[in-house]
Design a protein around this ligand. Structure first.
Ligand SMILES: Cc1cc2nc3c(=O)[nH]c(=O)nc-3n(C[C@H](O)[C@H](O)[C@H](O)COP(=O)(O)O)c2cc1C
Length: 194
């Protein structure tokens, strides 16, 4: 695990870490990470977020569902999935000790627009990555085709109109991370409106 960081240094130095190993966050750290997620700004206080945690054997069992859904997606294109494609999908969640699927249970009847409900869950994701970084835990936000697959949404207890905002991977970084803020010139993205 890396050294704990202050919130500001966590914000400025957070990196996506694709290779994450044991140990994962402790129960207490995971609880802090989830609470950080649920502290995100949330228009209308609708609490649209749902957090589905995968660890241990559950990662492999869900991987079997991921592989099955990939097989069907490929078949729907009139093609056949290769063994290596299916194997890769099956073991996907083993890339970190803990994965949290952050989902948006969207109330489409509500006056708060759906995109703002989704935005609250994206803010939750970022809060969680920052909390993890501040705790010295490596993290990565992933999405991909399963996020939009109805069968995967159903397996996560979501409706078709709900969204999977991110699969957040948590664990210990295999190598020391390099901050990405150095030499970063943000002026091209910033203007002052007069
Ligand atoms: C909504 C969202 C989805 C992402 N999905 C993926 C993904 O599926 N695979 C991946 O390798 N990285 C994914 N990322 C991470 C970005 O690739 C990463 O943030 C970017 O490369 C910048 O690197 P950094 O996070 O270290 O600054 C995603 C990030 C966001 C915000």
């Amino acid at each position: 695990m890396e050294e704990p960081a202050t919130i500001l240094s966590a914000l400025l130095n957070r990196r996506s870490i694709s290779r994450l190993k044991e140990p994962g966050p402790t129960l207490e750290q995971l609880d802090t990470i989830i609470r950080a997620g649920a502290s995100a700004p949330d228009h209308g206080r609708l609490k649209p977020w749902r957090f589905v945690i995968f660890q241990g054997e559950a990662r492999f069992r869900f991987g079997e569902l991921l592989a099955e859904s990939l097989k069907l997606r490929i078949e729907r294109q009139g093609l056949t999935a290769s063994e290596s494609q299916l194997e890769k999908e099956k073991f996907k969640l083993l890339r970190a000790p803990v994965i949290v699927a952050v989902c948006a249970a969207i109330d489409h009847e509500h006056s708060i627009p759906a995109i703002e409900q989704f935005a609250a869950t994206a803010a939750a994701c970022e809060n969680m990555l920052i909390a993890a970084t501040a705790l010295g835990i490596g993290s990565m936000w992933r999405t991909g085709d399963p996020s939009y697959d109805i069968s995967i949404k159903a397996a996560l207890n979501l409706k078709e109109s709900d969204m999977v905002t991110g699969w957040l991977y948590f664990g210990s970084a295999e190598a020391k991370t390099v901050p990405n803020i150095q030499n970063y010139n943000h002026s091209q993205y910033v203007t002052y409106w007069h």
